[in-house]
Every structure is written in structure tokens, then in C-alpha cells.
Design a protein around this ligand. Structure first.
Ligand code: SF4
Ligand code: MG
Length: 317
């Protein structure tokens, strides 16, 4: 809750602070056990930073993170290390996140070793099991990352994340770098794994079509803020925030005979080092009113389980 991550910009010969990038600017949400929460937004909206801040791979500047009702914001590095077996991350680029000089056995076995499985024989067995769980085979264990396709590499990344039976996995655009046909295979696999192991995902994507199938709820981010969050069906059928409406109007429909008016937004996303005052979306919003450039809209529950940050709804209006 109230999660913020500001990065300092340093400049000049003395490297003094000359500004800051408000990568995540005060977001609040919860994820239920066993749920898949999609988080969507354009690149630079802060979604990856938010994901990493939840695991404290990046230290939040403000706000609070709770895991199983325990405040983990101020846990020591050692306590955090222990807890991380329950909280894992899968990255966008499986190739960059797998050490090219290590065999698959070593890559997947490493988290097991870190969390106390000291017997090499046990680790070997567990690696074999994990490879089969993600649709690879025991004989892949002795190979190196470059010997696999992109989709297979992401399967290795998933096996590594699953090694210690985590509860929560932050999935940071796990299919964005893959071909469309491979994307659906990996998404299906991830859904099966969620059911089999009762996993909870925060599933980050830059595209509303990717998270449509897999998510239970979806949150939309713009310039470091959450602008809308609700059940998947509600969000896709009846989006309330003008930014969500614009994003959805750009998602191609399977039936080309159904006409859809695409909402074209003016201008580019402003810089997060100098976000617009009031509603950060007001410079591009087709519905902007006077108040929008002055007062930041609260993230409010405008109907049951439907949160929106926009002056068109809620108190002020
Ligand atoms: Fe548009 Fe105003 Fe709503 Fe922001 S608060 S999305 S500018 S109508
Ligand atoms: Mg990212």
C-alpha cells in the first residue's frame, strides 16, 4: 500500500541530485492467494519496478508491502533471503537471466542449494522432476542455455522459479520476447502450474491482450500510478478509466466485421521525471476537465471491486 519508488537523477561534476524519476508513485493493491493479477501498462509506466519492489529486489522509497499479512518492508536482508523461497520472479528475457556458462542442472539446482538442499544427488533428482513439470526432459539437464529455443529457455526460467515450491511468482513480461505461437504454449503451461501448485501470480504485460485469458483481475498503470483495477471481465467489457478505454480500443478484435472506434491519444507519455500535476493523464485525456490538471484523483472503489482513479467518477464529481 502506498508503494513508491523514486530514482534520483544525479548530474554535474559533483554528482549532486538534480531531480528524480517517479517510477512508482503511490500504488495500492492486494493479491489473493491462488489469484492471477494482471498488471498492464506501456513501457516506462513503472510496472516492472512495482513488481521488483514487492520482492524488495528494489527497495521501495515509501509505502508498505505485506506478505501473508506480515509486513516485510523492513525485514533484514537475511530474513528477506529466507522469505524469498516463497516469492520468486520470472523475467522477460530468459536468455539474459540464465547464466550461459552454466548447465541447466546448475541453473535450476542453484536456488535449491541456496535454500538448504545440500545433497547433490537430491538436487539432481529434483531438477529432473522440475524439468518434466515444465514440459522438458531429464536429458536436458546437461545442456547449456544457448542449445534451447526461446520458449524452452523460458521453461527453464519457470523451472528455476518453481524449485523451492514458492507461493507467489512475479511474472515480468514472461512471454513478451516470444513468438505469438509460443506465447500461448507458455501461458497455458503457467496456468496449469498455477492450478497444480496453487500458485499466485502477479502477471506483468504491456499488452491487454496477453493478460486477458490468464488473469482473474487486471490493473492498469499509467506513469507510475494505478488508474483502474477490477475483475477481468468488467475491465474488458466496461472499462471506466479513459486510459483503459483507449488501450482497449487498440486491441484487435477476432471478428473484423465488428467495427470498433479506435481512440487515438494525442501526444506521447510525459516523462516520469516531470509528471503532469493533478491527474497524470490529463495532457492526453479526451475527457479532461478543469479540475484534472489541479487535483490528483483518488484511487476509489466506484462500485463493488472496481477501483478507478478519475474525476469522472467518485467524490469530487
Ligand atoms: Fe481524464 Fe480527468 Fe479522468 Fe484524468 S481525471 S482520466 S484527465 S477525466
Ligand atoms: Mg519492464
Amino acid at each position: 500500500s502506498g508503494l513508491k519508488k523514486y530514482f534520483e537523477i544525479k548530474g554535474g561534476v559533483f554528482g549532486k541530485k538534480v531531480g528524480e524519476v517517479k517510477a512508482v508513485d503511490g500504488i495500492s493493491f492486494s493479491v489473493m492467494e491462488g489469484e492471477i493479477l494482471g498488471i498492464v501498462g506501456e513501457s516506462g509506466c513503472g510496472k516492472s519496478t512495482a513488481g521488483k519492489s514487492i520482492l524488495r529486489l528494489i527497495e521501495p522509497s515509501a509505502g508498505e508491502v505485506k506478505f501473508e499479512n506480515k509486513d516485510i518492508t523492513n525485514l533484514s536482508a537475511e530474513e528477506m533471503r529466507k522469505l524469498r523461497r516463497n516469492m520468486q520472479i520470472i523475467f522477460q528475457d530468459p536468455y539474459a537471466s540464465l547464466n550461459p556458462r552454466h548447465t541447466v542442472e546448475k541453473i535450476i539446482g542453484e536456488p535449491l542449494q541456496i535454500h538448504g538442499m545440500s545433497s547433490a544427488k537430491e538436487r539432481k533428482e529434483r531438477v529432473k522432476e522440475l524439468l518434466e513439470v515444465v514440459g522438458l526432459s531429464a536429458y536436458h539437464a546437461s545442456r547449456y542455455p544457448h542449445q534451447f529455443s526461446g520458449g524452452q529457455r523460458q521453461r527453464i526460467g519457470i523451472a528455476r522459479a518453481l524449485a523451492n515450491n514458492p507461493k507467489l511468482i512475479i511474472c515480468d513480461e514472461p512471454v513478451s520476447a516470444l513468438d505469438v505461437s509460443v506465447q500461448s504454449q507458455i501461458l497455458n503451461l503457467m496456468e496449469e502450474l498455477r492450478d497444480e501448485f496453487n500458485l499466485t501470480y502477479v502477471f506483468i504485460a504491456h499488452d491487454l491482450s496477453v493478460v486477458k485469458h490468464i488473469s482473474d483481475r487486471v490493473g492498469v498503470m499509467y506513469l507510475g500510478r494505478m488508474v483502474e483495477l477490477t475483475d477481468k471481465d468488467k475491465l474488458y467489457d466496461d472499462p471506466k478509466h479513459p486510459y483503459t478505454q483507449a488501450l482497449l480500443s487498440a486491441v484487435p478484435l477476432p471478428d473484423p466485421d465488428i467495427a470498433k472506434d479506435r481512440i487515438i491519444l494525442k501526444g506521447d507519455v510525459p516523462s516520469p521525471s516531470n509528471p503532469p500535476a493533478g491527474c497524470a493523464f490529463h495532457t492526453r485525456c479526451p475527457h479532461a476537465m478543469d479540475i484534472c490538471s489541479k487535483v490528483r484523483p483518488e484511487f476509489e472503489e466506484i462500485e463493488d471491486n472496481h477501483f478507478v482513479a478519475c474525476h469522472l467518477y467518485g467524490e469530487v464529481q
